[in-house]
Design a protein around this ligand. Structure first.
Ligand SMILES: Nc1ncnc2c1ncn2[C@@H]1O[C@H](COP(=O)(O)OP(=O)(O)O)[C@@H](O)[C@H]1O
Ligand SMILES: [Mg+2]
Length: 260
C-alpha cells in the first residue's frame, strides 16, 4: 500500500462525553483512523461504543476534545457531511420498496434527476445481489437481505468515512457468517475508511486492519491491535493458527491478563 494510503484521515483527540447526571463513559478518548483501512471497535457493553460512533458522525457534540479530518478540526456539521452512520436497529421505511429506500440517500442530496438516481441505485442493488428484490417491501425480506439494503443505502452516500454500529447483531449465527463474507467482498471492491462496532471477536479479526479496544474504565487508553493478514481474505482464515493467536491476544486485551 502507498504511503498516502496509510495517512491518518480521521483523528479523535482527547474526546470527553458524559450524559447529564451520569458518570462520564468517554473520558479523554484518543484514536486515529487510517485512510481506506477497516477499523473495528470492540469493548465492554455500556463502555460507550455507540456514543463514540455518534460523536464521530457529528450526531453528538463532544464536551471536550477535537476531531480532525485530514488534519483540520472538524465540527459536528463537517463530520455530518463527511461521514455516514449506520445505526444498529433497522431503520428502513416499511412503506417504501427496497429501491425507494435506497434512493432516499440520493433524494436527500437532491443533486440528481429521478432517472439518474434510479440508475445509480439499481447499479448498486445489482452489485449487492439485491436486483431481484428491488420492488419488494422491507417486511418481505429476510434479516440478511434487510441488512444488505441498509448497507446499500449507507454506502450510496458518497462520503469517505463509514461508521457502522453492530450491523450483524440481530442476525442468526449462520446468516451472520454469510454477511461477514459478503461485507468482506463488498469492502474489498469499494474500500473506504470504516469504523465498525462489533462484540464478535472472530468478526473483528476477519474484517479489520486495526482493532481498537475501548477500555471499560473512563480515562484508560484506547488500545490498537494491528491485523496484518493478507487480503483478499477468505473465511477459512479463522481456522489458521495465526488467527487463533491473534484471537487469544485480543481476548487478553479485552478481559485483562488474569483471565487468560
Ligand atoms: N441518552 C442517554 N442518557 C443517559 N445515559 C445514556 C444515554 N445513552 C446511553 N447512555 C448510557 O451510556 C452508556 C454508554 O452507552 P453506549 O454508547 O450505548 O454503550 P455501548 O454501545 O458500548 O454498549 C451506557 O451505560 C448507556 O446506558
Ligand atoms: Mg452500542
Amino acid at each position: 500500500m502507498s504511503g498516502e494510503g496509510d495517512a491518518n484521515v480521521f483523528v479523535a483527540d482527547n474526546i470527553c462525553f458524559g450524559f447529564p447526571g451520569k458518570r462520564s463513559v468517554l473520558d479523554q478518548v484518543t484514536f486515529a483512523l487510517k485512510e481506506r483501512h477497516f477499523h473495528v471497535l470492540v469493548g465492554p457493553s455500556g463502555a460507550g461504543k455507540s456514543t463514540l460512533l455518534k460523536l464521530c458522525a457529528g450526531l453528538l457534540n463532544a464536551k471536550e476534545g477535537t476531531f480532525l479530518l485530514n488534519g483540520s478540526a472538524a465540527d459536528c456539521s463537517q463530520r455530518l457531511m463527511q461521514s455516514v452512520y449506520m445505526p444498529q436497529s433497522d431503520t428502513l421505511l416499511p412503506w417504501r420498496t427496497v429501491l425507494d429506500n435506497v434512493m432516499l440517500t440520493l433524494e436527500l442530496q437532491g443533486k440528481q434527476s429521478a432517472e439518474e438516481m434510479q440508475e445509480r441505485a439499481m447499479a448498486l442493488l445489482d452489485s449487492f445481489g439485491l436486483r431481484d428484490c428491488a420492488d419488494a417491501y422491507p417486511d418481505q425480506l429476510s434479516g440478511g437481505m434487510k441488512q444488505r439494503v441498509m448497507f446499500a443505502r449507507t454506502m450510496l452516500k458518497n462520503v469517505p468515512l463509514l461508521l457502522l454500529d453492530e450491523p450483524f447483531s440481530a442476525l442468526d449465527s449462520l446468516t451472520r457468517k454469510q454477511m461477514q463474507r459478503w461485507l468482506l467482498d463488498v469492502w474489498q471492491r469499494d474500500r473506504r475508511t470504516v469504523l465498525m462496532v462489533t462484540h464478535d471477536i472472530d468478526e473483528a479479526l476477519l474484517l479489520a486492519d486495526t482493532v481498537l479496544v475501548l477500555p471499560s474504565e473512563p480515562g484508560e487508553t484506547v488500545q490498537a491491535l494491528e491485523v496484518t493478514f493478507a487480503r483478499p481474505r477468505s473465511f477459512e482464515l479463522i481456522y489458521e493458527p495465526a488467527f487463533v493467536e491473534r484471537k487469544r491476544l485480543l481476548e487478553h486485551m479485552l478481559l485483562g491478563g488474569d483471565n487468560l
